[in-house]
Design a protein around this ligand. Structure first.
Ligand SMILES: [Zn+2]
Length: 157
């Protein structure tokens, strides 16, 4: 039973792993699925993905509990969520340290620390919102650096 490539319409046997015309992988690689489509446990995948960002607790739970820890979409968002928490804590610690130093400078120092804290806090809220919305839309939205790391680890669990 020959099949046709959806990209270049080349004909090939059904069992072909790659299109002979354009090289497109023909076997649907379930492990690299990047869209949420199905359900996992009680939730739709996208809901579970969004839940992973509500504090680190659901993320940890999803990585421990079946069937959530077997779902790549949920795993990805859980890992990215945890990485974000770690990065956030590191940023907060760094800011605190810089704050201690800057507080020595009268007026300008503390003012600067407050301003920077507000900007970072606001940015964190925006990033968090984007991540939740993207997960709800079924996207595996990757943050720079953290996202790639999460993706690799979600794939090689
Ligand atoms: Zn092709």
């Amino acid at each position: 039973m020959p099949i046709a490539c959806p990209d270049c319409a080349a004909q090939m046997p059904e069992i072909a792993a790659f299109c002979p015309g354009c090289g497109r992988p023909m076997i649907p690689a379930t492990s690299t699925a990047t869209r949420a489509e199905g359900k996992v446990g009680f939730f739709h995948e996208n809901i579970a993905g969004a839940l992973a960002y509500l504090t680190f607790i659901p993320a940890v739970a999803f990585l421990i509990l079946e069937p959530y820890n077997e779902n790549r979409f949920v795993r990805f968002h859980s890992i990215q969520s945890l990485l974000l928490w770690v990065a956030g804590l590191a940023a907060a610690a760094a800011l605190k340290l810089v704050g201690i130093i800057l507080f020595i400078i009268p007026v300008v120092g503390p003012l600067f620390v407050v301003l920077v804290s507000m900007v970072i806090g606001l940015a964190a809220v925006v990033i968090w919102l984007v991540l939740v919305v993207k997960a709800l839309q079924g996207d595996m939205f990757k943050l720079p650096l953290l996202g790639d790391f999460a993706d690799q680890h979600a794939a090689s669990f």
